[in-house]
Design a protein around this ligand. Sequence first.
Ligand code: CO
Length: 142
Amino acid sequence: MSSATFDLTEIDHVAIAVRDLDAAVAFYRDVIGATVVHREAVEIDGVEEVLLEVADSYVQLLTPTRADSPVARYLERRGEGLHHVGFRVSDCAAALESMRSAGAAAIDAVPRPGSRGTTVAFVHPKSAFGVLIELVQENRAG
Ligand code: CO
């Protein structure tokens, strides 16, 4: 039974930290068969990302664009691999507040802009059995 008070609609994306973005894109596109739908450098996070569509969800490949980005530090510490899981929610602020009131440690005090026009907030892995969680609200019309 759930006590969460927010609307969880989908796994939005599984994010994977990689050193060679083009090589990783080629693998997920050509070997797994996922479709590339978006590529964007997110300067505030120091990353370049590629989204590959898998049904209603995405694989998000992330690589650092500068040495002091969190993803660069992650790669140094832990190597390539699963970086975070994005849960799609209908209301990011409500989801963040619900998780915080349930005792989860938020990284973002308030929701902020994510890639491709989404609104996002991160929750610390210490609250989630070692996995960084991203709450993702789609803002696309229709
Ligand atoms: Co993400």
